[in-house]
Design a protein around this ligand. Structure first.
Ligand SMILES: NC(=O)C1=CN([C@@H]2O[C@H](COP(=O)(O)OP(=O)(O)OC[C@H]3O[C@@H](n4cnc5c(N)ncnc54)[C@H](O)[C@@H]3O)[C@@H](O)[C@H]2O)C=CC1
Ligand SMILES: Nc1nc(=O)c2c([nH]1)NC[C@@H]1CN(c3ccc(C(=O)N[C@@H](CCC(=O)O)C(=O)O)cc3)C=[N+]21
Length: 320
């Protein structure tokens, strides 16, 4: 016990900070290799119909990453009143392989309508009803022969890939059960990230505490993961109780003022932030966490590109 041969700084650096770029590289290389080997580079069309600076930044960033990977990307800007007709044109144009719309456009339920206007065969973000329904019902394939995987929303999928990369998924367990025994808190329950993410992780066997500013819900497959798909339960658990049990905490609060109270976390926790804001203090978390992932954007875009290649392949098999 007494004297340790470890230099002091390696004790202080016990927390591993994992850069999203490191996780994204393997996927980006796969996408690039597939494009290099194929006759036609896929075409992704992005519609920008708002003045939101975060949306424009994300659009510019999609453009840059696509160019680096050899994907053709076309940003189509239009007034929001014309958006629906422009989407229909792109749906019907066989030259277009994937479509995405930068949100928010109208905000609220009308944006959900727009999500459903994109043809499922071109929906790279997996936000239309068919993919969402399949995800919530743990239906993983589009066809009976199980050759075509369903499209999963990019940001939740990026979190799954990061959890696989850092070993939260236990590869000794069978596919579909690899999170059995893990307890995960997600601070965000939006329709595009937090709720689908809670569902995916619970379908894979985790017990998930899904937190928003109004309360907490539990997503899981019951004791011994006997249920085929996750169920959602009301709970009286507090944030402090949830965090005290959690092996992983994932934050996505869209506010510069929100800071996760790291004193509530388990020692050796794994912490991931997907918000554009620093929901987790970088110094404080390094005292507590075994692994910290400060942002995930690069993996999200890699998943977008991967989804696009899938859709292109499905389209080719349809027209063959
Ligand atoms: N890295 C990436 O790939 C992506 C990052 N983002 C970022 O993630 C953040 C969230 O995006 P969305 O989910 O689309 O936002 P949203 O506004 O639709 O949802 C925010 C969620 O956080 C919850 N929330 C707000 N304040 C809270 C609080 N004090 N405590 C607990 N929960 C609270 C809300 O109830 C809601 O569930 C944004 O900063 C966005 O830019 C979004 C998409 C992709
Ligand atoms: N249909 C749709 N899908 C979206 O995914 C979507 C959208 N609309 N509208 C706008 C928001 C915003 N958004 C961000 C994604 C990543 C970072 C992110 O993590 N960026 C990194 C890296 C930035 C870089 O490397 O340049 C960072 O800030 O550290 C931020 C914001 C996605 N959005």
């Amino acid at each position: 016990m007494g004297s340790s041969s470890l230099p002091l700084n390696s004790i202080a650096m016990a927390c591993q900070v994992v850069n999203a770029a490191k996780v994204a590289t393997a996927f980006i290389n796969e996408v690039r290799a597939a494009i290099d080997a194929s006759a036609a580079s896929p075409l992704l069309v992005g519609f920008l119909a708002n003045d939101d600076p975060a949306a424009r930044k994300y659009a510019e960033w999609t453009a840059r990453t696509c160019q680096e990977t050899g994907i053709r990307f076309e940003l189509r800007e239009c007034p929001r009143t014309e958006l629906e007709d422009r989407i229909v044109d792109a749906n019907e144009d066989p030259a277009v392989n994937g479509i995405m719309v930068y949100y928010p456009v109208f905000g609220g339920p009308q944006d959900q309508y727009i999500q459903n206007t994109i043809s499922f065969s071109k929906d790279v973000e997996g936000l239309c009803h068919k993919y969402r329904y399949n995800m919530y019902h743990n239906i993983r394939f589009l066809d009976k022969a199980e050759t075509q995987k369903c499209i999963i929303p990019c940001t939740p999928l990026a979190v799954v890939k990061i959890l696989e990369f850092i070993g939260v998924y236990n590869s000794i367990l069978p596919y579909g059960n690899r999170l059995h025994g893990r307890v995960i808190t997600i601070v965000n329950r939006s329709e595009v990230v937090g709720r689908p993410l809670a569902c995916l992780l619970a379908n894979d066997g985790a017990k998930v505490f899904s937190v928003d500013e109004f309360g907490i819900m539990e997503f899981h497959r019951g004791e011994g993961i006997k249920l085929k798909k996750h169920e959602v339960f009301e709970t009286k658990v507090t944030l402090a109780e949830a965090l005290a049990k959690s092996d992983v905490v994932i934050t996505g609060v869209p506010s510069p003022n929100y800071k996760l109270d790291t004193s509530l976390l388990k020692d050796g926790v794994i912490a991931i932030n997907f918000s554009t804001f620093k929901n987790i203090d970088h110094d404080a978390i390094k005292e507590k966490a075994s692994i910290f992932v400060p942002s995930i954007g690069k993996v999200t875009v890699a998943m977008l590109e991967r989804n696009l290649l899938r859709l292109q392949a499905y389209q080719a098999s349809q027209s063959a």
